[in-house]
Design a protein around this ligand. Structure first.
Ligand SMILES: [Zn+2]
Length: 164
């Protein structure tokens, strides 16, 4: 291999950063390096601190994905519809259902019309009383984002290796 600084032919060169550029150098020239360089799988060369930052970002993203896949539930969009249908199926009036779960009739009416988002406690009571599910898994927002791994990185994060 050839040292890109002094041109000496050496058995091994090391990739380092010299004044912002990634170069392969021999052992002697290594001392001119401002920092070691890190090569990514994609073949780009990063400053160690940038590589560290990207690692953290990757880690955060994975944690987020795990969180999203952990069975986190949110109120279904058609919750009011589900409540109304279940109540009618059971032949109950607004008042009957209200009595059953110790809520005012007006609360039932508001929830069924979508005017009121039921708090978690009320959702649980409704689910039990009507034997329905009002919650759904949170939709993973990460799928499209995950497709292009490097697209979220800024240009400045990368210092391209010059092609030989
Ligand atoms: Zn050299």
């Amino acid at each position: 291999m050839l040292c890109e600084m002094c041109g000496a032919a050496v058995p091994r060169t090391k990739l380092v950063m010299v004044e912002g550029a990634a170069v392969q150098v021999c052992q002697k020239c290594e001392r001119f390096a401002s920092s070691p360089a890190v090569r990514t799988k994609e073949g780009a060369v990063l400053l160690p601190e940038v590589a560290g930052r990207l690692d953290n970002r990757e880690k955060r993203r994975k944690e987020k994905d795990i969180y999203e896949a952990s069975g986190e539930l949110e109120l279904a969009e058609d919750y009011s519809e589900r409540i109304r249908r279940a109540r009618q199926r059971l032949g109950m009036s607004h008042e009957d259902l209200g009595k059953l779960i110790s809520e005012k009739k007006s609360v039932i009416v508001k929830v069924e019309s979508g005017e009121m988002t039921p708090p978690d406690k009320l959702v649980e009571r409704l689910e039990k009383a009507l034997n329905i599910k009002l919650k759904e898994p949170v939709q993973a927002a990460g799928e499209v984002r995950n497709a292009g791994n490097s697209q979220g990185m800024t240009l400045g994060d990368f210092i391209k290796v010059k092609k030989k």
